[in-house]
Write a protein that binds this ligand. Structure first.
Ligand code: CMX
Length: 443
């Protein structure tokens, strides 16, 4: 058994035992109350799921196994230029809860290199799609096409014992993450570079090799990819891509099916597709104003016209966060350190000054601050990755790290089929009537 798998198995066995004992003693303890507006309002805030890999605080933002993004930048082993953390290290941390050593991270890079071969039929399937198929459609289809490789599905069909689910999930997770950069780069090169594909460079780390296969030579772009792949990886369990992966996985659909479910959720404009929408919106604004250096007043006017047209300001607001997203701030810090005076970055920073007070003035937006998607496109544009329809695929490659490590935990802990209760509107009316009658009798 490989060292990471062994460590995971040991930690999972310990936690499973602890949870079993705790539920036996305290299983009926109340942790939440649900009010009617939550039933109608997208289940906001209802605590109903275990998710070990990260936790989101409305004010502080995301913590991965207790570590904030600035702490991870200090503690995780870095890329060869010593600047940004290697996402391999974050995966290790999410899976076993320990900051890995340099050697452990190098071992993981080697594992993913070793497992990275993508079966030929996946490329053939992609080549059969119209070249203008949205990259997220191609990405989700490719993940499904790779399902032929699922250890979980094969072993389940052979009669695998429940006690081995975690093992097969771990194997699929490692293989899938290893293959995603190759598949994602293939989609980019076929869609935007006439099918001029670039062979992997296995001397590079996982994110560095991804940048290389996309066709970018600048070491700073590789560094950006390490940061990008780290900060987009996980955002606790309730966000749509994580929850969708979790829900599909709870049926014992294998990790390929589960991740594909997560990716189709990520493809929505209120979630991952917002990174594409942000940059489209910015370019539409610059076109409308007729300059790459708009004033704050010009931006404010454009923001108001977007709102007046009944549209949202992409990249702003969040279902949980109530402060500027630390993932936005990490990208701002990257730009401050690596990019000097680029118009597109300056525009993003000006928007950051202009938008929050306008959204606040509407009186209904719970979080007027930027989220992760408000910054990412400007950095990609700066380094020459301008094809914004591709941006959500980058998000998806990173998100796989979080949702698949969480899926390993779900199978290891034996979490059951997810099945919340729905009600009809008639049920709600009857329920309220009965509640009022009971209150009248009591009063
Ligand atoms: N621009 C305009 N209006 C906004 C807004 C924004 N950026 N954010 C929220 N609102 C509006 C909502 O549309 C809602 O209006 P109605 O009552 O008329 O329907 C009202 O403010 C209340 O919404 P909320 O409770 O503050 O926000 P939600 O939890 O319902 O939604 C989110 C969160 C992210 C969907 C929303 O802020 C939004 O649409 N933002 C723009 C899209 C975006 O950036 N998505 C990416 C999020 C990060 C990610 O998942 O990747």
């Amino acid at each position: 058994m490989d060292p990471l798998k062994q460590k995971f198995n040991q930690k999972a066995a310990e936690l499973k035992k602890e949870i079993k004992a705790l539920l036996k003693e305290k299983g009926n303890t109340k942790v939440d109350e649900v009010v009617l507006s939550q039933v109608f309002g997208g289940a906001r805030g209802i605590k109903m799921m275990l998710w070990e890999t990260s936790q989101l605080d409305p004010i502080e933002g995301i913590r991965f196994r207790g570590y904030s993004i600035p702490q991870l930048r200090e503690l995780l082993p870095k890329g060869p230029d010593g600047k940004e953390p290697r996402p391999e290290g974050l995966f290790w941390l999410m899976l076993v809860g320990e900051i890995p050593t340099d050697d452990q991270v190098k071992w993981l890079t080697g594992q993913w290199t070793h497992r990275s071969n993508v079966p030929e039929h996946v490329f053939k399937m992609l080549d059969s799609l119209p070249v203008d198929t949205h990259p997220m459609t191609q990405f989700s289809s490719a993940i499904i096409a790779m399902q032929t490789e699922s250890c979980f599905a094969r072993r389940y069909a052979e009669g695998m014992s429940k006690t081995e689910y975690w093992d097969a999930t771990y194997e699929d997770t490692m293989n899938l993450i290893a293959r995603l950069p190759r598949v994602a780069a293939y989609i980019y090169r076929r869609t935007f570079h006439g099918g001029d594909h670039i062979t992997p460079d296995f001397s590079l780390d996982w994110a560095g090799n991804f940048a290389h296969m996309l066709g970018f030579k600048d070491p700073d772009f590789k560094s950006l990819m390490r940061l990008y792949m780290t900060i987009h990886a996980d955002h606790e369990g309730g966000n749509a891509s994580a929850h969708a992966t979790h829900l599909v996985g709870s049926t014992l659909s294998d990790p390929y099916y589960s991740l594909a479910g997560g990716m189709t959720a990520l493809a929505g404009p209120l979630h991952g597709l917002a990174n594409q929408e942000v940059i489209k919106w910015i370019f539409r604004m610059l076109d409308a104003i007729g300059t790459n250096k708009p004033t704050k007043e010009q931006i404010a006017e454009y923001v108001k016209s977007t709102l007046a047209a009944g549209q949202v300001i992409p990249g702003y607001g969040h279902a949980v966060l109530r402060r500027p997203d630390p993932r936005f701030m990490a990208q701002k810090r990257f730009a401050e350190e690596n990019i000097k005076d680029a118009d597109i970055v300056n525009v993003v920073w000006k928007i950051f000054e202009v938008v929050p007070p306008i959204l606040e003035s509407l009186g209904k937006v719970k979080n007027p601050w930027p989220n992760v998607d408000a910054h990412s496109g400007s950095l990609l544009v700066h380094y020459g990755l301008k094809e914004n329809e591709y941006y959500t695929v980058l998000f998806g490659v990173s998100r796989a790290l979080g949702v698949l490590s969480a899926l390993c935990w779900s199978r290891a802990l034996g979490l059951p089929l997810e099945r919340p209760k729905s009600v009809t509107f008639n049920w709600v009316k009857e329920f309220l009537k009965k509640t009022e009658e009971t209150e009248q009798v009591a009063g």
